[in-house]
Design a protein around this ligand. Structure first.
Ligand code: NDP
Length: 321
């Protein structure tokens, strides 16, 4: 496993990491989570991503219980959670980054995890109503009080991230060091275009999500929705159109021969392609069982096999040429 600096922050993250969205709770309980996390750790993964909103806190509980069973020393892994959506239906605790919500939500998350600190905490989305100053000051305090070591954003615009950095810098506060954007062969604009200057100038780290576009880039949705897949789960109907989009399916079909030519699976090619972007600190993998994770870790080999010619051939297909 290779380790990359989290932007300009001092810590290093495994270039492949593991997240529990959708899976922990609806698909995976503590037993299987322990098996999967144990395997991931043995393979060198040191960063595990979560969020308060994943299965309304259940995902954090499952990850915390699995980590406790595995008995990992605290210095050997990084764990994150994200805040914004909220899990309580009251006016100040949903879709917000206000001070009251953030402090109470981080404390509740720590309790669910059974940890006294997280490594990274993210503002899961921007909040147009709370002043950025209030959010920056609160995230700074959470870091200063050692509830987390670093803070970052997820799916904020480049301007919003820059505003947060400027406020922190002017007030000598802990600034955001990482952004968590979607990044995959079918979702490139934010990372490759919008954030370009921000990444060059500020050295923000990127922990990228949905490298397989929720499974679409494995090719598994080519003939409809397979039983038991993410798109078949109750509550995830909203993903169906994206996962069976004919244009995306056609792109996957064109990419499949390239994967074959370097003797990797389509999913491994898709994840290896994310690794090929040096601005990416870590690609957060998702898997609903251990076999998927085993396959996906083969992306390291796929990455080694992506020569400049292969990269150009992929770019031509993605750009519709
Ligand atoms: P992917 O795009 O890689 O999708 C993972 C899903 O694809 C799996 O759960 C599985 O679903 C399917 N899959 C994975 N590997 C294989 C395989 N080898 N063969 C067939 N099917 C496979 O990643 P996620 O969308 O899960 O995102 C990864 C992580 O990123 C999340 O866990 C979370 O931590 C983070 N994230 C952050 C977001 C944010 O807003 N900050 C948003 C979304 C994710 P199944 O078997 O059920 O079909």
């Amino acid at each position: 496993m290779n380790y990359r600096r989290l932007g300009r922050a001092g810590i290093k993250v495994s270039e492949l990491s593991f997240g529990s969205w959708v899976t922990f709770g609806p698909q995976i309980g503590v037993g299987e989570a322990t098996e999967i996390l144990g395997y991931a750790y043995e393979q060198g993964i040191n960063f595990f991503d979560n969020a308060e909103a994943y299965s309304s806190g259940e995902s954090e509980r499952i990850m915390g219980a699995a980590i406790a069973q595995l008995g990992w020393p605290r210095h050997s892994y990084l764990v994150s959670s994200k805040f914004y959506w909220g899990i309580h239906d009251t006016v100040n605790a949903r879709f917000t980054l206000n001070r009251k919500y953030l402090i109470e939500a981080v404390n509740a998350s720590l309790e669910r995890f059974g940890l006294d600190h997280l490594d990274l905490i993210y503002c899961h989305r921007p909040d147009a109503e709370t002043p950025i100053e209030e959010t920056v000051y609160t995230m700074h305090e959470l870091v200063a009080e050692h509830k987390a070591h670093y803070w970052g954003t997820s799916e904020w615009s480049a301007d919003e991230i820059r505003a947060a950095i400027d406020i922190a810098r002017a007030q000598h506060l802990h600034a955001p060091v990482v952004e968590q954007p979607e990044y995959n062969m079918l979702a490139r604009t934010k990372v490759e275009v919008e954030y370009k200057r921000l990444l060059d100038e500020e050295g923000i780290g990127l922990t990228t999500w949905s490298p397989l576009a929720s499974g679409l880039l494995t090719g598994k949705y080519a003939n409809g929705i397979p039983a038991g897949s993410r798109a078949s789960l109750p509550g995830y109907e909203w993903l169906k159109d994206m996962l069976t989009d004919p244009k995306s399916t056609a792109i996957v079909k064109q990419l499949e021969p390239i994967a074959k030519s370097i003797d990797v699976t389509m999913g491994q090619l898709a994840i290896g392609w994310c690794l090929d972007n040096p601005k990416v600190s870590t690609v957060i993998l998702g898997a609903s069982n251990r076999a998927q994770l085993e396959e996906n870790l083969g992306a390291q080999v796929a990455h080694e096999r992506i020569t400049p010619e292969i990269r150009d051939a992929i770019t031509a297909i993605l750009n519709g040429k």
